[in-house]
Ligand binder design. Structure first.
Ligand SMILES: [Zn+2]
Length: 122
């Protein structure tokens, strides 16, 4: 079930939660954002939602980017196995230390655009 689709839904949820904090409580904007949250949540599996909600309650974002082979949340070094998995386009994993959903910008950029051969490698 780990796919680019799930990841993008989770990132939408994090973004929406942020927007909701910016608008006046009880406003029309809040209602519209809340409706979007519901429609995104309806598409996510409950196990993933449960995990997301626990993190959101603790005031954390549920997705974090891999930075230089380390978790962008807790900065622990990730195992080569996990990094290899994350390097596969459309895949993401969970940090064994802090439990955040990890994604690699490189892998997800590759979804959209094949990497150009600028590195000098044959
Ligand atoms: Zn971590």
């Amino acid at each position: 079930m780990y796919s680019a689709e799930v990841l993008s839904q989770l990132r939408s949820l994090n973004w929406l939660a942020d927007e909701i904090r910016r608008v006046p409580p009880g406003s029309r904007e809040e209602g519209l954002l809340q409706a979007q949250v519901e429609s995104v949540r309806a598409r996510l599996p409950s196990s993933i939602l449960g995990h997301h909600d626990r993190l959101a309650l603790a005031g954390k974002l549920s997705t974090v980017e891999v930075q230089d082979g380390s978790c962008g949340g807790c900065h622990k070094r990730l195992t080569p196995e996990l990094l290899a998995d994350l390097a596969t386009p459309g895949r993401f994993g969970v940090c064994p230390s802090c439990g955040l959903f990890l994604w690699s910008a490189e892998a997800h950029a590759a979804d959209v655009q094949p990497p150009s051969n600028l590195s000098g490698q044959p």
